[in-house]
Design a protein around this ligand. Structure first.
Ligand SMILES: NC(=O)c1ccc[n+]([C@@H]2O[C@H](COP(=O)([O-])OP(=O)(O)OC[C@H]3O[C@@H](n4cnc5c(N)ncnc54)[C@H](OP(=O)(O)O)[C@@H]3O)[C@@H](O)[C@H]2O)c1
Length: 310
């Protein structure tokens, strides 16, 4: 089964599960081609990149080398990249020059002449929205980028951008997993003084994005903490794994698939960006699209991840 979404003012029929390419730099071109083709044959024709994945954009370079080995055509796939996160210079940079040169570098590495979407990766807190608007206009006019979006942005930063940028911002890529569920927690706990899960750390980004037709893309759907590792089959999360295992057995899929199905069950039509580079794990993760969790399953999993009903 395929599970796809139509993004308002954006691309149609995008898959609910996206292949993240952050972990692609270590692969050979042949192994990367196998990942891309495995994805595509399952129904994952959407690939997420960033200029900072691997030294000197190594993930994009590897993808560009691998893609011709897959037998696919450029128009068969949706290629997204992100710019603005400059670890090499220890800064975030949304200046006109950096946006333009980053896209040109991505296109060269990916061996393509357009990106399907470009996201601003993390907020450059001294950004000038007029510079971003000029850069987006140029990239759109030259046919180098089809759709635009953001990543890790709070609603007021999006509002500020929207005052100047004329293209619709159609994606906001943010961290969300059963263990890292702040996007959801704050609304549930509201002003509850007994837990810091009530802290509003993102300005209600989830509800804002739903109100403004911005599709959320959930990064690291299986990780706990900030890249601390997978919570599935991790003894530090016994209750969560017990519930994942129970529902997985009932549905005839893996615990990983249930963890991803938990994200897909949210009515906001969230895309889950998986990071595995193992073709068997990709198939395993993709089986999440065949599972529709019940309302009760969703809460049971959420509570098993260490939350409580206030
Ligand atoms: N916008 C942002 O700021 C931001 C930040 C981080 C990431 N991202 C995006 O999100 C994507 C996903 O991030 P992530 O790699 O942390 O995601 P993830 O899917 O939560 O984690 C993937 C990791 O889990 C491991 N894993 C172990 N068993 C697995 C199984 N059965 N099935 C699937 N995975 C298994 C994978 O290893 P194996 O390869 O051995 O399977 C891999 O190391 C990135 O590629 C990137 O595109 C965006």
């Amino acid at each position: 089964m395929n599970k796809t979404y139509n993004v308002v003012n954006g691309p149609q029929n995008v898959p609910a599960i996206v292949q993240g390419c952050m972990r692609m730099p270590d692969l050979s071109a042949e192994a990367a081609a196998k990942v891309i083709r495995t994805d595509y044959d399952l129904g994952i024709n959407f690939y997420d990149h960033a200029t900072c994945y691997g030294e000197n954009g190594a993930a994009e370079t590897r993808f560009g080398e691998a893609f011709p080995l897959t037998g696919l055509k450029r128009e068969d796939v949706f290629i997204q990249s992100k710019c603005g996160l400059c670890f090499d210079r220890n800064e975030f940079d949304w200046s006109y020059d950096n946006i333009i040169s980053s896209v040109d570098d991505s296109l060269r590495r990916l061996k393509t002449d357009y990106l399907d979407s470009l996201l601003l990766h993390r907020p450059d807190v001294i950004f000038d929205p007029e510079e971003v608007a000029s850069a987006f206009d140029k990239l759109e006019k030259e046919g180098k980028v089809r759709y635009f979006g953001v990543s890790n942005l709070v609603p007021m930063q999006i509002e500020l951008l929207k005052k100047y940028v004329k293209q619709p911002l159609v994606f906001n890529q943010v961290q969300l997993s059963l263990e890292q569920s702040q996007l959801i927690d704050q609304a549930l706990y509201m002003n509850n003084k007994t837990t810091d899960m009530s802290c509003n750390r993102d300005g209600n980004a989830l509800d804002y994005c739903r109100l403004h037709d911005i599709t959320i893309q959930a990064w690291s759907p299986l990780q706990h903490g900030m890249f601390k590792g997978n919570f599935v089959d991790n003894p530090d999360f016994p209750k969560l794994n017990e519930t994942l295992g129970k529902i997985a057995e009932r549905e005839g899929v893996s615990k990983t698939a249930i963890a991803i199905a938990w994200i897909l069950r949210h009515p906001a039509k969230i895309q889950a960006i998986i990071g595995t580079m193992n073709p068997e794990h990709i198939k395993d993760a993709y089986s999440a699209v065949n599972v529709t969790l019940s309302h009760h399953d969703w809460y049971e999993l959420y509570l098993s991840a260490g939350k409580f009903l206030p």
